[in-house]
Design a protein around this ligand. Sequence first.
Ligand code: TMP
Ligand code: ZN
Length: 400
Amino acid sequence: MKCRVCNNEISSFMSFGKMPIANGFIKKKDLKKEYFYNLETCFCDNCKVFQIKKQPDPKKMFHGNYPFFSSLSKGMVKHFNSLSAKIKKNFLKKSDSFIIELGCNDGIFLKNFKDYKHLGIEPSRNVAREASKNGVKTISEFFSYKLSNKILKKNGNADLIYSANVMCHIPNINDVAKGISNLLKYRGVLIFEDPYLGDVIDKTSFDQIYDEHVFLFSALSVKNIFSKFNLNLFKVERLQTHGGSMRYYLRKEKKIKNYYNVNKIIISERKRKLHLMQTYIQFKKNCENFKKNFKNFLLQNKSKNINVIGYGATSKSTTILNYCNINKDLISQIFDITKLKQNKLSPGTHIPINNFDYNLNTKKDYYVLFAWNHKKEILNKELKNKKFRGKWYIPFPYNK
Ligand code: TMP
Ligand code: ZN
């Protein structure tokens, strides 16, 4: 197959096997219609971009029933509020500044910019409706170069384009980067953040790999992708969100200081050998090792009649459960606060998903924290919950 970014010939270094849609929580009556594809990962030696081999049709993933609402996490609400304040202070000094968000979800970020000229773009219709209800001007479409022209005609150039956990979802990244470059003012800024490849490799957190995440970025790969469209990386910021992320700042303007910070991270990536295939071969071994250990843990509990429950029906858990072949014999149910997921089955492995109910539980129970990226928030919450009994199993970081 060809690299999505540079068209170089690439091949997969690992297969996670047959996978369903990561957010494809399913009703029993629809099981016959369940869709599967092979999840395989590739690394491009030329442009250094980590990518999955085949991505299902985006319309299968982002539609009128997308079950992920960012505002359900208090931690994420705080995260976006503090970023908004920072952006207002550093980049959007004039109130007629125009800010665009790609993949605005339920408006968790843009609702802080209602007093500014703003526009949210969100392809999942149900989530886009929620953003509109929250007072955010939203259009429900996939962003592209073509759409950038329409926006340009109607609204003019943007001062700032932002996206969180969206850029890594976009297979036609070249077209989108061209669209961003087209839409941005010369002095405008593109800021985006995504799960960081360095963390996935260090923590063996392969659960970041699923259909939606067509790419996992490093600073080096971001520099390579966007520089072709005149978007120059001038600053990076490490974040704790989603198990370890990176925020990237890019500009068309060439005369910008502060490349220091970017160079430093790229040197550290080279030291960690993120630019070499050998790292990914080792990563594959670490994943196999995780699979063996996790399976053993579950089988031991089963033999001792200990109940194991999943905490958080995350999209990430779809990769773990399917790759490790875990069904309801080993994990009896998964608790999740999202109404759209409750009373459905986990994709591919068909474990029941229920609202939280601690009434039947005992001290011996184990909770596998699939939402391990919200560890601080969740462990604090359950510490205060008198009904919570049981022990935690936190899958990542995985100590090889
Ligand atoms: P995420 O890891 O992709 O952010 O998804 C988190 C999932 O976990 C989402 O389905 C909501 C669920 N969740 C809970 O059930 N309880 C919680 O306290 C939190 C923070 C999330
Ligand atoms: Zn490439």
